[in-house]
Design a protein around this ligand. Structure first.
Ligand SMILES: O=P(O)(O)OC[C@H]1O[C@H](O[C@H]2O[C@H](CO)[C@@H](O)[C@H](O)[C@H]2O)[C@H](O)[C@@H](O)[C@@H]1O
Length: 286
C-alpha cells in the first residue's frame, strides 16, 4: 500500500484509503485535526471479539492511542450497542489523562456518558420490554432452545447471543424470524449483529447518534470505525455528509462483508490493526 502524505516521513506511514472519498476524508482530518471527530465502535473495533461478551475489554494500547490522539482532534466518541456504562467499564475509559472530553454514545445512541462530568443520561426502559423479556424463554423453547444460547439483559434491551451455540449460524438463522416477530408484538425491533439478535426500542441508531454529535461539536470532518451491521447506519450518515463534511470509513475485520465493501479503508487485522492505525495517526499529528 502506498502512503498518504506524512509531515513526519521518518514515522511509519498511514495506510492509504482505497476510495477517493476516503482519501479526501483522511486529508481533511490531517489538514485540520482540531475540527475532526474520531468516532469508534467498541466490540470488534476497539475490543477483540471473544466468546463471552462479559469478558470483552479494550485491546492493549487502545486507550493509550486514543489518549494520545485526543489533544489533537476536536473530540473522540465511542458509539456502541453496549449500555454506555458497560462500555466505559470494559473500555477503561474513565479518569484517563487525555480523555477528559471523551463521549460514549451507548445503546445505539439512546444513552450518553460524558467523561468531563461523569454523567450518564439514559431514557426510561421502553414499555414493551418487560413483556418481551417475559415471553422470550417460551419463544426460545419453541425453537429448540439451542444449547449454548446466552441472553444479555442490557436494561433497555435484551440480546440473544448464539456465538457459543453448537451451531452458531444455524441457531441465529432459526431465531431471526421468531425474535423479529416477538419484538414487533411489543413495539420493539431486532438489531442483528455478529452472532447476536437484540430486541431493542426503535427510533435511534448509530447514524442519528453520530450526526447529532457531529453537529453539536461543529465537526468539519469525521473518521468512523466499525465492524458490524449496526455500524452501517453510521456509515450511511458519514456518506450522506460528504463532500461537505469529508469522512473516512474504516472497517475492522472481515466478518461482515456488508461493511467491508463500503469501507474506505478495510483493516482486515481487526482491532489490532485499528489500534495500530490510531497510534500512527496520533504519531502523525504530534
Ligand atoms: O456496537 P458494538 O460496540 O460493536 O456492540 C455490539 C454488540 O457487541 C457485543 O456482542 C459482540 O461482542 C461479543 C464480545 O466480543 C461477542 O461475544 C458477540 O458475539 C458479539 O455480537 C455485546 O455483547 C452486545 O450487547 C452489543 O450490542
Amino acid at each position: 500500500m502506498t502512503a498518504a502524505p506524512d509531515p513526519h516521513p521518518s514515522r511509519s506511514p498511514l495506510p492509504e484509503p482505497v476510495t477517493e472519498a476516503g482519501r479526501a476524508g483522511l486529508r481533511a482530518v490531517l489538514d485540520q485535526p482540531s475540527a475532526a471527530v474520531v468516532a469508534l465502535d467498541f466490540d470488534g473495533t476497539l475490543a477483540d471479539i471473544v466468546p463471552d461478551p462479559d469478558s470483552a475489554r479494550a485491546r492493549p494500547g487502545a486507550v493509550d492511542a486514543l489518549a494520545r490522539l485526543a489533544p489533537h482532534v476536536r473530540s473522540i466518541a465511542v458509539v456502541t450497542g453496549r449500555p454506555a456504562e458497560t462500555a466505559v467499564r470494559y473500555g477503561g475509559f474513565a479518569h484517563v489523562p487525555g480523555l477528559e472530553h471523551l463521549v460514549v454514545l451507548g445503546l445505539y445512541g439512546a444513552e450518553r456518558w460524558d467523561a468531563a462530568s461523569g454523567e450518564l443520561t439514559a431514557p426510561p426502559p421502553p414499555p414493551g420490554l418487560t413483556a418481551a423479556r417475559a415471553e422470550l424463554p417460551a419463544v426460545l423453547a419453541e425453537h429448540g432452545n439451542p444449547p449454548g444460547l446466552w441472553t444479555e439483559d442490557k436494561g433497555q434491551a435484551v440480546a440473544v447471543h448464539t456465538r457459543r451455540a453448537e451451531d452458531p449460524q444455524g441457531a441465529y438463522d432459526a431465531l431471526l424470524a421468531p425474535l423479529t416477530a416477538l419484538a414487533a408484538r411489543h413495539g420493539l425491533i431486532v438489531e442483528p449483529g455478529r452472532m447476536v439478535l437484540e430486541l431493542r426500542p426503535p427510533g435511534m441508531d448509530k447514524g442519528k447518534a453520530l450526526t447529532t454529535y457531529l453537529d453539536e461539536v461543529g465537526a468539519a470532518s469525521v473518521l468512523y470505525a466499525g465492524d458490524d451491521l449496526g455500524d452501517l447506519a453510521a456509515y450511511a450518515a458519514v456518506e450522506a455528509g460528504r463532500p461537505a463534511r469529508p469522512g473516512l470509513l474504516l472497517a475492522s475485520g472481515t466478518e461482515v462483508p456488508e461493511l467491508t465493501v463500503r469501507a474506505d479503508l478495510p483493516l482486515a487485522g481487526g482491532p489490532e490493526e485499528v489500534v495500530a492505525f490510531l497510534s500512527t495517526l496520533a504519531d502523525t499529528l504530534s
